[in-house]
Design a binder for this molecule. Structure first.
Ligand code: SF4
Ligand code: SF4
Length: 511
């Protein structure tokens, strides 16, 4: 198998201009054409989410997800990439749905990339706070046990495979060979499926629900890589908003919520779990990665600090996260299956863009196959080939910014710069005002809406109110060209200074 050299790949994806380059499509097609043998699975787990990132996936055009899964393009041959578990789109429900999680735990879907959509809240086994399992759960133990029983019936020929695993019918139609291989694996790994699933539910009673946090910890144990889609899954997003619970914030609102209507919810629950690193929000949900702006350490590190089997599951990803945090580029040399370290990549946004999701997955799938290296990431674990430049650096309204001409109120019918009505483009990395949201159409600032910073840690807390301008002096009033340019330069410099201060303040507040 011929391989792309790191040099060639980096040359291709190492610059922001690749987003608009036709070379991307050519390269990715060639590279995927090399994925001829074997199957890679995508396990898409939704926790506290709104399914906005799933909607984005469906809107991907370059290529679209159906083309990838059905092998309808040159990008992936039929059956090379399968999506056996996705809560919103899979046809199964109840025991049939969780059966796929059991198969994943048993190794049937190896190698798999674990995709997380939505924030992860505390559960009782990690936080020690009773009742937190109910913040987010998928099924109860009895349902999973029923799934294991039915699986045995399938293997004994008492139940047709498609009764329990209808999603595999899709695989059968696309590639009968892949289908057969998967069924053979189910039979071969029966003991491992049962053992690993029971181990995952070890301390739960039959009536107990299985928290999202627990499923996630269990699935992390075998995942070849983790990728987070959306701001919630990456840094906590809207779910991690401090809302009424800000200490020193709106005290009346806090007191009202806490005692008058909610029986001490904030002091009994939120303050307790926040001390452990969960969000200061009504559901406590955090992202997989740390949020340095709000001071959340993130799910992977919380899990690691808990110790025991949680630490074991989190350790390879925490090592990777810390390397990126320290700017240690050796993370790019991590190989698939390397003991002790596995990649975790963030594709934030609210929602994340569908093409960004597929491009990141494409890179990861090819990495799993040993064809491509990992992408270079920025300090917030995002692929630089997508999130390198700021919105501001590539904004269609940049000329107006340079001329110091700003909108005076939201919706003002001009093409002027949106800085004055709260645009957070100067402090946000995102390419979609340049390349468009779907098929080159839409995207922030182009359409007249301000950038709200949804690809950044700290979102939404640090970027609200959305229509409040960043701290910077008002541009000087002048119609003269030279004066306007000087004015714009002053605005730019002052904005940069103000933004720096804002971030410094937020970061030091969070320490
Ligand atoms: S990041 Fe936005 S789109 Fe994605 S789950 Fe959260 S709220 Fe929904
Ligand atoms: S402030 Fe916003 S609208 Fe103005 S140029 Fe920058 S990104 Fe574009």
């Amino acid at each position: 198998m011929s391989k792309l050299s790191r040099r060639d790949f980096l040359k291709l994806v190492g610059t922001a201009s690749i987003m608009a380059s036709l070379d991307w499509a050519t390269l990715i097609r060639k590279a995927f054409a090399e994925v001829q043998n074997g199957t890679i699975s995508l396990i898409w787990f939704e926790s506290q989410d709104c399914a906005g990132d799933t909607t984005s996936l469906i809107q991907a055009t370059d290529p679209d997800i159906i083309q990838v899964l059905a092998g309808l393009t040159q990008i992936a041959p039929p059956g090379a990439v399968i999506l056996p578990y996705h809560e919103t789109v899979m046809p199964e429900w109840g025991p049939a749905a969780v059966a796929h999680l059991a198969l994943a735990l048993g190794g049937v879907y190896d190698p798999y990339v674990l995709i997380l959509e939505g924030a992860i809240p505390p559960d009782s086994s990690i936080s020690g706070i009773d009742g937190t399992d109910l913040l987010c759960y998928i099924a109860d133990k009895a349902t999973v046990m029923e799934a294991l029983d039915k699986l045995e019936m399938v293997l004994e020929g008492k139940l047709k495979p498609d009764y329990l695993l209808p999603v595999l019918d899709v695989v059968k139609a696309i590639n009968p060979e892949t289908y057969k291989t998967l069924l053979d694996r189910v039979a071969a790994k029966k003991d491992e499926i049962i053992k690993n699933t029971k181990e995952c539910l070890r301390d739960l009673g039959d009536e107990d629900v299985i928290s999202c946090a627990r499923w996630y910890a269990c699935l992390m144990k075998r995942a070849a890589a983790v990728v987070t889609f959306g701001n919630c899954a990456s840094y906590g997003g809207i779910v991690g908003n401090t809302v009424a619970f800000v200490y020193g914030g709106n005290k009346d609102l806090y007191d009202t919520y806490n005692s008058k209507y909610s029986g001490g919810y904030a002091s009994n629950f939120v303050e307790k779990w926040h001390k452990q690193g969960w969000a200061l929000s009504p559901s406590g949900g955090v992202g997989f990665f740390p949020d340095p702006i709000r001071g959340y350490k993130g799910f992977a590190k919380i899990l690691y600090e808990k110790g025991g089997w949680f630490r074991e599951a989190a350790a390879p990803f925490v090592r990777f996260i810390e390397k990126v945090e320290k700017g240690d580029k050796s993370y790019m040399n991590v190989k698939p299956g390397q003991p002790g370290i596995r990649p975790a990549i963030a594709v934030p946004g609210c929602p994340s863009n569908g093409n960004a999701q597929l491009k990141t997955l494409a890179n990861l799938i090819l990495w799993v196959k040993g064809i491509l290296p990992l992408p270079e990431l920025d300090k917030y674990w995002r692929p630089k080939f997508i999130f390198g430049p700021t919105v501001h650096e590539q904004c269609p309204r940049a000329a107006w910014y340079a001329a110091g001409v700003m909108r005076k109120y939201p919706g003002e019918p001009t093409a002027a710069c949106l800085f004055g009505v709260g645009c957070k483009g100067p402090i946000s990395n995102c390419p979609y005002n340049k390349v468009g949201w779907v098929n080159g159409v839409g995207g922030p600032t182009r359409t007249g809406g301000v950038c709200i910073g949804c690809t950044m840690p700290g979102f939404m807390d640090a970027y609200e109110p959305f229509y409040k301008p960043l701290p910077a002096p008002v541009p000087p009033k002048s119609t003269g060209t030279v004066a306007a340019i000087v004015g714009a330069a002053i605005v730019g410099a002052a904005a940069a200074y103000g933004i720096g201060q804002l971030h410094k303040r937020e970061v030091s507040k969070s320490k």
